[in-house]
Design a protein around this ligand. Structure first.
Ligand code: GLC
Ligand code: CA
Length: 562
């Protein structure tokens, strides 16, 4: 990597230690679904530890764990009953520590979900709040005599809940919840709640975690006559939290889950002087990649990127195609939503709340070229990519399972019993493995994919290796070029003197573009997949032809050979 003049190597290394997230490739794992180590039909830390080499060999550098804490699992662990305990299904604290050590040994970072906004109604704070309204824990939650307040706040789980208030029969008062009624919101106006979060953060970071994906951050505070999202009080608290983390755990990274419009998401980065999150998911861009490829037009991507404010130097987008939730369509226009439902979720069972509960391969109808193109966008637009377990082998989904379980089925390791996920009786599995023709684990599994040179898995491994060799993709600036052909999206990524020229064909037919590259007159584009030299750039527009859903990642080499 080029060392900028004036900076010593040690300084650069130190800087990279602290902003490691800018070069990260994050792999999202649900412990429950990944690998069952003790044969009881449920994934656990012992099993996950066995599979760390797989994750490393895939090319991931950081694991994001969905909640693994004590929980009644009404929302797969996003309903926490004890922040300091491992769910017994997943093993013991020792198993967790063994896993963490084994991950570190392999150079893998680990971040975990931190659910700040709410607890489970099984949390002893809530039980105490209910049993004893005079106790200090009563004020850990948000109560109302009438259940009429904050009526401008939307209902997120709109397929299940009819109100954000639920009357608690024992207390005779309503409690506030932005998600399921079994997930009472914490009262962040209470300084003691604020401090509880700091204690939890300390506990886990001291064990060696590298940071958190912080769940549902826009909803921490409530104020009358607002939509109770993105409030100044919420940002103020989060910045305090960040300051604490920076002072006490300088290498830790905080990643925001804020499903919001462009300007509102970007607020979660704070500023370089007063930072908030290191990373935030690029929720605005995600659905627009799917739109652009279906419409065969770059406009949805370019328009949304134009609306995204420049982010501070310390900040980084988390780029993703799919995750453990529905493909959310909350932050698109009504028209765009209709379009997305129409093209990607014809069957009403594919829809949930305001989104689409499908995995990547079924969504794209297994169109390998289109899926590769989506990954070209994912890996070359600014940010660090987040991959969802199972998508790398083209796993299918099961829309007949409840809630979002259909995209959380057991990881498919081989064609043996239970897809090699567990040695238990098949009926004991926490969720059935996928057996539908076309996606059955007999054919769709890691063993099979590893054997075939041309599998998507092996393709992705190669592409991730290449991406890692070019820090510009994680760190560089972006400049869109605007050739006449709108079926092609093309941009320059630039970083410390390196320039990359990316061309993506969104169309299912061959295309050509003429790109104005005269400022690089004399440079030679090198296709970095095969180290292939292309004709030198001149004064005239540069002509590129592309096959269906084709793409190029060119490095521009100067005349002097650099
Ligand atoms: C986040 C999680 C989702 C969960 C919700 C409530 O959106 O991604 O899975 O249900 O928060 O905690
Ligand atoms: Ca188990």
């Amino acid at each position: 990597m080029a060392v900028p003049s004036g900076e010593g190597t040690a300084h650069v290394l130190a800087r990279q230690m602290e902003d490691w997230y800018k070069d990260a490739i994050i792999y999202e794992v649900f412990v429950r679904s990944f690998r069952d180590g003790n044969g009881d039909g449920i994934g656990d830390f012992q099993g996950l530890t066995e599979k760390l080499d797989y994750i490393r060999e895939l090319g991931a550098t950081c694991i994001w764990l969905l909640p693994f804490y004590e929980s009644p699992l009404n929302d797969d662990g996003y309903d926490i009953a004890d922040y300091y305990k491992i769910h017994p299904d997943y093993g013991t604290m020792e198993d967790f520590e063994t896993f963490l050590q084994a991950a570190k040994l392999r150079g893998l970072r680990v971040i975990a979900d931190l659910v700040v906004n709410h607890t489970s109604s099984d949390h002893w704070w809530f039980k105490e709040a209910v049993a004893n309204p005079d106790s200090k824990y009563h004020d850990y939650f948000v109560w109302s005599e009438t259940g009429q307040e904050y009526s401008d706040a939307r209902i997120i789980f709109c397929d299940t809940e009819t109100s954000n208030w639920t009357l608690h029969p024992k207390v005779g008062k309503y409690y506030w919840h932005r998600f399921f009624s079994s997930q009472p919101d914490l009262n962040f106006d209470n300084p003691e709640v604020q401090e509880e979060m700091v204690r939890i953060i300390d506990f886990w970071l001291s064990k060696g975690l590298d940071g958190f994906r912080v769940d549902a951050v826009p909803y921490l505070f409530e104020r009358e006559n607002t939509i109770c999202e993105n409030l100044p009080e919420t940002h103020q608290y989060l910045r305090k939290l960040r300051k604490y983390v920076d002072e006490n755990h300088p290498e830790a990274m905080l990643l925001a889950e804020a499903n919001q419009w462009p300007a509102d998401v970007a607020e979660y980065f704070g500023t370089d002087d007063d930072p908030e999150f290191h990373m935030a998911f690029n929720f605005p861009l995600m659905p627009r990649m799917f739109m652009a490829i279906r419409q065969e037009n770059r406009k949805p991507i370019e328009e949304i990127v134009r609306q995204l404010p420049d982010i501070p130097f310390h900040a980084q987008w988390a780029m993703f195609l799919r995750n453990h939730d529905e493909l959310t369509l909350e932050m698109v226009t009504d028209e765009e939503r209709d379009y997305m439902y129409d093209t990607y979720a014809r069957d009403p069972r594919m829809r949930i709340n305001i989104g689409i509960r499908r995995r990547l391969f079924p969504l794209m109808d297994k169109n390998r070229r289109a899926i590769e193109l989506l990954h070209s966008l994912l890996l070359t637009l600014p940010g660090s990519p987040v991959l969802y377990y199972g998508d790398e082998i083209g796993m299918g989904d099961n829309i007949y399972l409840g809630d979002r379980s259909g995209v959380r089925t057991p990881m498919q390791w081989n064609g043996d019993r239970n897809a090699g996920f567990s040695s238990s009786d098949p009926s004991r599995l926490f969720l059935p493995a996928i057996i539908d023709p076309g996606y059955s684990f007999y054919g769709v599994n890691v063993e099979e994919a590893s054997r075939s040179e041309s599998s998507f898995l092996n393709w992705l491994k190669r592409v991730l290796t290449i991406r890692k060799q070019h820090p510009c993709f994680g760190r560089g600036t972006i400049r869109f070029l605007h050739p006449e052909n709108t079926r092609v999206i093309t941009y320059l990524r630039e970083h410390e003197g390196d320039t990359y020229f990316i061309v993506n064909n969104l169309s299912r037919f061959s295309q050509y573009v003429e790109v104005d590259l005269h400022e690089f007159n004399g440079y030679t584009p090198i296709d970095i997949f095969g180290d292939v030299e292309f004709p030198r750039i001149g004064e005239l527009p540069y002509l590129v032809t592309l096959g269906p859903h084709g793409f190029y990642w060119f490095r521009l080499r100067k005349e002097d050979g650099r």
